[in-house]
Design a protein around this ligand. Structure first.
Ligand code: 5GP
Ligand code: ZN
Length: 115
Protein backbone atom coordinates (compact mmCIF):
# COMPACT_ATOMS: atom_id res chain seq x y z
CA UNK A 1 0.00 0.00 0.00
CA UNK A 2 1.27 3.46 -0.89
CA UNK A 3 -0.29 6.43 0.86
CA UNK A 4 -0.54 8.78 -2.11
CA UNK A 5 -1.21 6.26 -4.87
CA UNK A 6 -4.42 6.88 -6.81
CA UNK A 7 -5.15 3.20 -7.41
CA UNK A 8 -4.34 2.22 -3.79
CA UNK A 9 -6.94 4.83 -2.83
CA UNK A 10 -9.46 3.30 -5.23
CA UNK A 11 -8.76 -0.13 -3.72
CA UNK A 12 -9.29 1.33 -0.24
CA UNK A 13 -12.49 3.08 -1.48
CA UNK A 14 -11.08 6.50 -0.57
CA UNK A 15 -11.71 7.56 -4.16
CA UNK A 16 -14.87 6.61 -6.02
CA UNK A 17 -14.72 4.35 -9.01
CA UNK A 18 -17.35 2.46 -10.95
CA UNK A 19 -16.43 -1.00 -9.74
CA UNK A 20 -17.33 -4.05 -11.77
CA UNK A 21 -15.52 -6.68 -9.68
CA UNK A 22 -13.93 -6.98 -6.23
CA UNK A 23 -12.37 -9.69 -4.12
CA UNK A 24 -9.70 -9.63 -1.39
CA UNK A 25 -6.86 -9.31 -3.87
CA UNK A 26 -8.23 -7.69 -7.04
CA UNK A 27 -10.52 -4.83 -8.05
CA UNK A 28 -11.79 -4.01 -11.54
CA UNK A 29 -13.37 -0.66 -12.41
CA UNK A 30 -14.35 1.43 -15.41
CA UNK A 31 -11.60 3.66 -16.80
CA UNK A 32 -12.50 7.32 -16.23
CA UNK A 33 -11.54 8.18 -19.83
CA UNK A 34 -12.58 5.13 -21.84
CA UNK A 35 -10.98 4.68 -25.26
CA UNK A 36 -13.23 1.78 -26.26
CA UNK A 37 -16.83 0.72 -25.50
CA UNK A 38 -15.36 -1.65 -22.91
CA UNK A 39 -12.43 -0.13 -21.03
CA UNK A 40 -11.96 -1.68 -17.61
CA UNK A 41 -8.87 -1.51 -15.40
CA UNK A 42 -7.97 -4.56 -13.32
CA UNK A 43 -5.65 -3.87 -10.39
CA UNK A 44 -4.16 -5.89 -7.54
CA UNK A 45 -4.41 -4.76 -3.94
CA UNK A 46 -0.62 -4.95 -3.74
CA UNK A 47 1.14 -1.71 -4.66
CA UNK A 48 3.36 -2.92 -7.49
CA UNK A 49 4.52 0.05 -9.62
CA UNK A 50 4.51 -1.74 -12.96
CA UNK A 51 4.73 -5.07 -14.76
CA UNK A 52 8.52 -4.77 -14.55
CA UNK A 53 8.52 -5.41 -10.79
CA UNK A 54 6.62 -8.71 -11.06
CA UNK A 55 8.36 -11.84 -9.77
CA UNK A 56 7.51 -15.54 -9.64
CA UNK A 57 5.77 -14.85 -6.32
CA UNK A 58 3.14 -12.84 -8.20
CA UNK A 59 2.26 -15.61 -10.66
CA UNK A 60 -1.04 -16.55 -9.02
CA UNK A 61 -2.05 -12.90 -8.61
CA UNK A 62 -1.32 -12.13 -12.26
CA UNK A 63 -3.27 -15.18 -13.37
CA UNK A 64 -6.11 -13.95 -11.16
CA UNK A 65 -6.08 -10.54 -12.88
CA UNK A 66 -6.31 -12.20 -16.29
CA UNK A 67 -9.09 -14.47 -15.05
CA UNK A 68 -11.07 -11.40 -13.93
CA UNK A 69 -10.51 -9.75 -17.33
CA UNK A 70 -11.74 -12.89 -19.12
CA UNK A 71 -14.79 -13.06 -16.91
CA UNK A 72 -15.73 -9.43 -17.61
CA UNK A 73 -15.20 -10.04 -21.34
CA UNK A 74 -17.61 -12.99 -21.09
CA UNK A 75 -20.19 -10.90 -19.21
CA UNK A 76 -20.04 -8.21 -21.92
CA UNK A 77 -20.10 -10.78 -24.70
CA UNK A 78 -16.98 -9.44 -26.35
CA UNK A 79 -15.19 -12.77 -26.11
CA UNK A 80 -16.14 -13.91 -29.61
CA UNK A 81 -15.23 -10.69 -31.43
CA UNK A 82 -12.11 -10.33 -29.33
CA UNK A 83 -10.52 -7.94 -26.89
CA UNK A 84 -7.13 -6.59 -25.97
CA UNK A 85 -5.28 -6.78 -22.65
CA UNK A 86 -2.62 -4.10 -22.16
CA UNK A 87 0.05 -3.50 -19.52
CA UNK A 88 1.83 -0.20 -20.15
CA UNK A 89 5.30 0.14 -18.61
CA UNK A 90 7.03 3.52 -18.45
CA UNK A 91 6.71 6.82 -20.30
CA UNK A 92 7.25 5.59 -23.85
CA UNK A 93 4.45 3.06 -23.43
CA UNK A 94 2.21 5.77 -21.97
CA UNK A 95 2.04 4.60 -18.36
CA UNK A 96 0.54 7.42 -16.30
CA UNK A 97 -0.38 5.66 -13.03
CA UNK A 98 2.41 3.76 -11.31
CA UNK A 99 0.31 1.02 -9.73
CA UNK A 100 0.06 -2.11 -11.85
CA UNK A 101 -3.14 -2.16 -13.91
CA UNK A 102 -4.33 -4.36 -16.72
CA UNK A 103 -6.42 -2.60 -19.38
CA UNK A 104 -9.30 -4.64 -20.80
CA UNK A 105 -10.27 -3.05 -24.13
CA UNK A 106 -13.01 -4.25 -26.42
CA UNK A 107 -16.18 -3.53 -28.35
CA UNK A 108 -14.50 -2.04 -31.41
CA UNK A 109 -11.88 -2.98 -33.98
CA UNK A 110 -8.33 -2.10 -33.00
CA UNK A 111 -5.32 -1.40 -35.15
CA UNK A 112 -1.97 -3.10 -35.10
CA UNK A 113 0.70 -1.98 -34.47
CA UNK A 114 -0.65 0.14 -31.60
CA UNK A 115 0.12 3.87 -31.70
P1 5GP B 1 -1.90 4.05 -18.03
O1 5GP B 1 -1.80 5.22 -18.97
O2 5GP B 1 -1.04 4.29 -16.80
O3 5GP B 1 -1.60 2.72 -18.67
O4 5GP B 1 -3.40 3.96 -17.59
C1 5GP B 1 -3.93 4.71 -16.57
C2 5GP B 1 -5.43 4.76 -16.80
O5 5GP B 1 -6.05 5.19 -15.61
C3 5GP B 1 -5.85 5.72 -17.91
O6 5GP B 1 -6.53 5.01 -18.92
C4 5GP B 1 -6.73 6.74 -17.20
O7 5GP B 1 -7.83 7.15 -17.96
C5 5GP B 1 -7.15 5.99 -15.95
N1 5GP B 1 -7.41 6.83 -14.80
C6 5GP B 1 -6.64 7.85 -14.35
N2 5GP B 1 -7.17 8.39 -13.24
C7 5GP B 1 -8.31 7.70 -12.98
C8 5GP B 1 -9.30 7.78 -11.95
O8 5GP B 1 -9.26 8.61 -11.04
N3 5GP B 1 -10.34 6.90 -12.02
C9 5GP B 1 -10.43 5.95 -13.00
N4 5GP B 1 -11.49 5.16 -12.96
N5 5GP B 1 -9.51 5.84 -13.98
C10 5GP B 1 -8.46 6.69 -13.97
ZN1 ZN C 1 -0.78 1.82 -5.35
Amino acid sequence: MAEDCLFCKIFRKEIDAKEVYRDDEIVAFEDIRPVAPTHVLIIPKAHIPSVHELTDDHAAMLAGMIRVANRIADERKIDREGYRLVLNKGPQAGQSVYHLHLHLLGGRGMGWPPG
